[in-house]
Design a protein around this ligand. Sequence first.
Ligand SMILES: Cc1ncc(C[n+]2csc(CCOP(=O)(O)OP(=O)(O)O)c2C)c(N)n1
Length: 435
Amino acid sequence: MAVRIARSLVSTGCVVARSRHGVDSLLYKTLSTSVPRRTNDFYRGFPLTTTLSEATTTHTSDSLPTYRVMDEGGVVIDPQQDPKLSDEILLRMYEQMVTLREMDEQLYKAQRMGLTSFYMMCSGEEGTHFGSAAALSLEDPVYAQYREAGVLMWRGYTLDQFMNQCFSNRLEEGKGRQMPVHYGSKECNFQFISSSLATQMPHAPGYAYGLKRAGKKNCVMCYFGDGSAQEGDAHAAMNFAAVIKAPVIFFCRNNGYAISTPVDDNYAGDGIVSRARGYGMEGIRVDGNDVLAVYNVVQHARRVAVEESRPVLIEAITLRMKSHSTSDEQGRYQDMEEVQQWKEKNCPVHRLGGYLQTKGLWEQSKDAALKQSAAGEVKRAMMAARKEKKPHLNHMFTDVYDDLPPRLQKQQAEMKEMMDKYKEHYGPILSKHES
Ligand SMILES: Cc1ncc(C[n+]2csc(CCOP(=O)(O)OP(=O)(O)O)c2C)c(N)n1
């Protein structure tokens, strides 16, 4: 029983730090000894005043500016802010951005053709993916939401792996038990995606605290959306992280919408970053479509998290260029003319392309060939994934319990009985599964 409970906790990410590093991370235990108590000062260090306005915080305040390095054409505004990444890294970023777009396009179409059950597009948010991923170490665990495929790609997740997962075939790590896009990879140090919003958020500081106690020089990266920021778990995670000084970066992709809910119906404050002050952590707002700015900001946040053991909240302003998922139609709630204008003005791929051209690393004339080659690679991987068998049906019952409980044994037997009884119907389906 103990083994079973431990396993299920590990699979939810709750005690991953404990299992991997042998750390007893029952956080509240250590809290009571590590937080200084200011018992000798009734006002707890807060300054006193007799002026009411001084003691009042207003509901409106100046917005925190958005940090950027490049303008909309990819020209660096202040040369001192150029991170001067190597040519190899810059070109890899560009090539992967183009590949990701192609993958997005083809997986969207595959769902529309009925080849897969579902897909979530990420075009428009590539700057947040590659800028942040390049500033992290592979040893920094990632807790993502679902729209961060580029982070996985940067970490070496192959097109074949993306396709196997989205086509739920026998080669995918989740054995077909997760919806498409719910990626995860041990090798890429990327925790499996959970559909329930903000599930990953309280896990992240827990793991980060475990890393800190184990003396690792790493931080945890936790991605989430502006919609997820309204979940109770988001509050618990950020408050906890600040109090226990966990080395975690909270990276909010503010793409303006939580499915069809615009940000104005979502929160009334100064975006998401304004909350950082409330939690007692550093906060930075960045232009999410400027991959160099994102890189600088995450590199800085990583240093704060790892060297000073403090969490940082980053809010990246970006744009979801497509619908939320294949179950959604953005034209129902977005002004498509405006979306088109934003796309043209603020495309992260074009901005990086402009930067590369100014540096003499790329020529626009090479774009068509790059796109064509990426499209070919994506198509090849998709064809291969389609041909693979689906996982064995018994995997509906494996990997949770060491010994299958009687009620599940009964269900498994019933399933087999049904399959045998209605062979003429289930036969064609079963032939596509591993036997
Ligand atoms: C707990 C929970 N509530 C509601 C949903 C339904 N839901 C799925 S995605 C989504 C919007 C999330 O928006 P955001 O966090 O901004 O991320 P984005 O999709 O914009 O990347 C909602 C409400 C869910 N999956 N889980």
